[in-house]
Ligand binder design. Structure first.
Ligand code: NAD
Ligand code: MG
Length: 391
């Protein structure tokens, strides 16, 4: 029987790679629903190619436009809108698996809805775990959902763990080594960072990604968010995870065991590998990714990350140690700051400055339920906006 998939964020970088893998296996997968924010034309062509039952546009004007265009093309795809539409298609009864690839905090509600419906959830939206990791992981257990990491590092770690993984201790793990390329500014003089442009920040040396995560990679906030994500996914403490800068992005992360063995997962930096891995798990399918050419790679380099160059990484590790709502505050302030940087309202080095300021002015509480998380998120965004107005 074919597996029915909902792809949340289908018009984005991960969404497009997911549809590429699906198209390679028409006997195995069928698209149930596609979703996007407002990219009507990309969504129109995706709908005509995949013929999903539903297409959801977060934005209602975009939904209306899509509806008219699909109707005149004779398509039977039904158009829904808003967060309700996203939740409907991520929790619908016939759906087997949900690719959670919306960017940012907007991904939390529909991703959590998929978990609460007991789906197989392929998690790219790391912000869900950074914001509400405890509630999210509890919901996975309560609703017997299957959670598979798409983030290449976490997918790599998952592949290096024993099949029946329960805990770091039971598996005999010494540490998790979270690798990161160091982004486009790994060697840029620190004094020049204040003047880099959004396009320079988005020109990642190894990966092609959406603009928000590309800026996060340049500040290494992405590694910081992934640090928090890894703590939740693998039930690890901050002391059990170490960040290693590895500029070639060939090793996607590693796990070191008590006997000194280090297992690494390697491959070309192409998100179709973790996507295909999670889609087919525990089987393996073709992803379209070329074989790794070891002779062309020829060497693998490693270095320690610099907290001076990447203050966002330090702030993330500190927020992971503090726990509570601090990672949610970090994430909210980062989203506002990255947005302001991308629209050229603030400089690159203002991003961690704003985050540090918001964290310093916030009170830590326990995220006992989703409304606490949402409230804290809204307050942190407000504080970040005020701070950037004052720059
Ligand atoms: P992207 O910007 O390319 O695409 C984002 C998608 O989300 C688009 O389809 C967009 O329409 C949709 N979207 C944006 N705002 C929305 C909103 N308010 N409501 C509903 N939908 C909305 O982003 P991406 O690079 O594909 O990243 C998606 C997620 O995957 C992020 O959480 C990112 O951290 C994670 N991720 C991405 C990569 C990568 O290689 N791109 C790697 C690892 C993890
Ligand atoms: Mg990653």
């Amino acid at each position: 029987m074919k597996q029915l998939l909902t792809v949340l964020g289908s018009t984005g970088s991960i969404g497009v790679s997911t549809l590429d893998v699906i198209a390679r296996h028409p006997q195995r997968y069928q698209v149930y629903a596609l979703t996007a924010n407002r990219q009507v034309d990309v969504m129109l062509s995706q709908c005509l190619a995949c013929q999903p039952q539903f297409a959801v546009m977060r934005d209602s004007d975009a939904a209306q436009q899509l509806h008219l265009k699909l109707a005149s093309a004779g398509s039977e795809t039904q158009v829904l809108s808003g967060e309700e539409g996203l939740i409907q298609v991520s929790s619908a009864q016939p759906v087997h698996a949900v690719m959670a690839a919306i960017v940012g905090a907007a991904g939390l509600a529909p991703t959590l809805a998929a978990v609460q419906a007991g789906k197989k959830v392929l998690l790219a939206n790391k912000e869900s775990l950074v914001m509400a990791g405890g509630l999210f992981m509890q919901a996975v257990v309560d609703h017997d959902a299957t959670l598979l990491p798409i983030d290449s590092e976490h997918n790599a770690i998952f592949q290096c763990l024993p099949q029946n993984y329960r805990s770091i201790e039971a598996a005999g793990i010494r540490r998790i080594l979270l690798t990161g390329s160091g982004g486009p500014f790994r060697q840029t003089p620190v004094s020049e960072l204040a003047n880099v442009t959004p396009d320079q920040a988005c020109a990642h040396p190894n990966w092609s990604m959406g603009r928000k995560i590309s800026v996060d990679s340049a500040t290494m906030m992405n590694k910081g968010l992934e640090f928090v994500e890894a703590c939740w996914l693998f039930d690890a403490t901050p002391d059990q995870i170490e960040v290693v800068v590895h500029p070639q992005s060939v090793i996607h992360s590693m796990v070191e065991y008590a006997d000194g063995s280090v297992l690494a997962q390697m491959g070309n930096p192409d998100m179709r590998t973790p996507i295909a891995h999670a889609m087919a798990w525990p089987e393996r399918i073709d992803s379209g990714v070329a074989s790794l050419d070891f002779m062309a790679v020829s060497r693998l380099d490693f270095e320690a990350p610099s907290f001076e160059r990447f203050p966002g990484l330090r702030l993330s590790v500190e927020s992971a140690r503090a726990g509570g709502v601090m990672p949610a505050i970090l994430n909210a302030a980062n989203e506002v700051a990255v947005d302001a940087f991308l629209s050229e309202r603030i400089g690159f080095t203002d991003i961690p400055r704003i985050i540090e300021d918001v964290l310093g002015r916030s009170k830590n509480v326990e995220p006992v339920n989703l409304s606490v998380v949402k409230e804290v998120d809204a307050q942190a965004r407000q504080m970040a906006r005020e701070r950037l107005e004052s720059l």
